[in-house]
Design a protein around this ligand. Structure first.
Ligand code: SF4
Ligand code: SF3
Length: 546
């Protein structure tokens, strides 16, 4: 049968090879085509901005933001709305034309920079997608870089909405995105760019960490309520803390409560958000359980970023989007960086809804980002020195609906009692409600926060290396067993590689976009490996028979 699209950017890709008829995520071929075209025009405008910078000209923050928003839009499960993607393509082309007029030397620009939107866009999209690079190794590296940059864009955007910008990060992102169009670059050049992407991934996560902690304080140990109250509620999902802040402000005194969902859970760990009496707790689990949980929540849901699952008709009218997220037929709340968003429509909607149905009770504990863990450093170091804690296991990353992700629950259960899990991202939902206990008061699951807070785990590792007087981060008693699903996990992985972390295990399957040769480079230089069975991995990591 004739192929209708090609996408292999996430872990769920069909047959571990590529979605060719429709996305496993729900992305349809027409949306996939416009996403391909959006990536293409974003590469084009990036070539123009890069040329302008080389000519000593400045690029405005608005253009930088447009580029990061475009990439963010194409991350898995962010935007299913063809119309909004088409309008982003149009806006990008308009800005590009204005910038092109300022370029002194047009001859060096790639075709993507000069494309003037003529002809049929669907046909154009077919010629510029992933498969337009014929050599599978170059394609693999170009996509690895592009997906890393998508993740980097997401984290930059979250810092940008808190009015933090870094022109150096934007200039790198655009230069590197444009470099994926450059046919003169070979494997070696692209591998070097991949590593540099990891370096800027660290910078972007550091910028976001500073933006978050400057505004909301340092995450601290917090018990988060899993139960529900009697008022109607709004459920906020995704990663955008600024949206949460505006929503909490606007719901004060309305009789409407606010609950977090999935990756918004760590908001509870920040001192700033504790002042809101209607900020009740966390409802539900990781993104992929939303069909049941959004139904039983009864009230409106605000998706600030990924991960959207195509909604059921029973709650579709209660699903709202904002920022890069969009779904056809669901109301999108507009608002640019620095603007106040108006959530009154959602609040009015909530008032007409019944309170959420209780699906869980009790509490979970979190807030172990770098400042909190470093405040406990003496206790942690003592536990390691005394042998009470033998190993830390970084189990950060993404959760997923594929059965293969169940490995992580079983792995967590099988871990020896003297191990502590360090986590960030929605991967935690695979084991954060298990009764794993504590070691001398240190919980066996230390949750640093969202996926971007994987930065905290790196800061903690670097600090421990210093405290123990080690020369190499790999001499620490830390095992990395990371789960991935979408492209933010790619930038986290590249950031860890840049920091020198070796022997990372990545699962539940290795990315389809790694060609055998590129995978070989990662295995030989960084010891990257997949996962085995829980039994095999217990033997491998701990020498025990589970
Ligand atoms: Fe397939 Fe993943 Fe691409 Fe969706 S994002 S189309 S599931 S590879
Ligand atoms: Fe989760 Fe989508 Fe990746 Fe932010 S919300 S970690 S999967």
């Amino acid at each position: 049968m004739e192929q209708k699209m090609f996408c292999y950017q996430c872990q769920e890709t069909a047959g571990c090879k590529g979605c060719t008829m429709s996305g496993v995520c729900g992305k349809k071929p027409d949306v996939a085509a416009m996403q391909d075209l959006l990536v293409y025009v974003t590469k084009g405008i990036s070539a123009v901005t890069t040329a302008l910078r080389q000519e000593g000209k400045q690029i405005s923050a608005e253009i930088n933001h447009l580029i990061t928003l475009n990439l963010f839009t194409t991350i898995t499960n962010v935007n299913f709305d063809k119309e909004s993607i088409v309008s982003q393509i149009r806006a990008t082309l308009t800005e590009k034309e204005i910038l092109l007029d300022q370029v002194a030397n047009l001859s060096a620009l790639p075709e993507a920079a000069k494309w003037n939107a003529s002809g049929n866009w669907e046909e154009k999209a077919e010629t510029v997608g992933v498969l337009s690079t014929e050599n599978e190794d170059l394609r693999s590296l170009r996509e690895l870089i592009t997906y890393g940059l998508k993740g980097l864009s997401a984290y930059s955007k979250h810092a940008n909405v808190l009015l933090k910008d870094d022109e150096e990060i934007d200039a790198f992102l655009q230069k590197t995105l444009a470099a994926t169009l450059d046919d003169s670059l070979g494997m070696e050049d692209l591998i070097a760019l991949t590593m540099e992407t990891g370096k800027y991934g660290v910078s972007a996560m550091a910028m976001l960490d500073k933006a978050n902690t400057d505004r909301y304080g340092n995450p601290e140990i917090t018990k988060v309520n899993l139960g529900v109250g009697k008022n109607p509620g709004i459920l906020i999902s995704g990663h955008d803390l600024r949206d949460l802040e505006m929503l909490l402000e606007q719901t004060q005194g309305t009789g409407v409560d606010v609950y977090t969902h999935s990756e918004m859970l760590p908001a509870h760990y920040y001192p700033f958000f504790k002042k809101y009496p209607n900020f009740i707790g966390n409802y539900g689990n990781a993104w992929w359980k939303q069909k049941e949980e959004f139904e039983s929540f009864h009230g409106p849901i605000l998706m600030t970023t990924n991960c959207i699952v195509p909604p059921k008709d029973t709650y579709k009218d209660r699903l709202y989007t904002t920022g890069a997220a969009s779904y056809p037929g669901c109301t999108h709340i507009p608002g640019e960086i620095g603007e106040q968003k108006d959530f009154s429509e959602i609040i009015e909607h909530a008032k007409k809804c019944t309170a959420p149905a209780e699906i869980e009770t009790g509490e979970i504990i979190g807030g172990f980002a770098h400042a909190q863990v470093l405040a406990l450093a003496d206790q942690v170091v003592e536990a390691v020195k005394s042998g009470a804690v033998k190993k830390f296991v970084v189990m950060a990353g993404c959760d997923g609906r594929a059965k293969s992700h169940d490995y992580y629950t079983e792995f967590a259960k099988a871990l020896p009692q003297d191990t502590v899990i360090l986590t960030a991202g929605c991967a935690k939902y695979k084991y954060n409600k298990l009764p794993l206990g504590d070691i001398n008061g240190i919980p066996r699951v230390l949750d640093a926060g969202q996926c971007n807070d994987s930065y905290s785990l790196a800061v903690i590792a670097l600090k421990l290396k210093e405290v123990f007087g080690l020369n190499d981060i790999n001499d620490l008693p830390i095992i990395y067993n990371i789960a991935w699903y979408e492209q933010k996990a790619v930038i986290v992985l590249l950031a860890l590689l840049y920091l020198g972390v070796k022997n990372i295990h990545l699962g539940p399957t290795l990315p389809a976009f790694l060609s055998p040769n590129v995978a070989k480079v990662l295995v030989e230089n960084f010891g990257i490996a997949g996962i085995g069975t829980v039994k095999d991995d217990m033997k491998l990591f701990f020498g025990i028979n589970a």
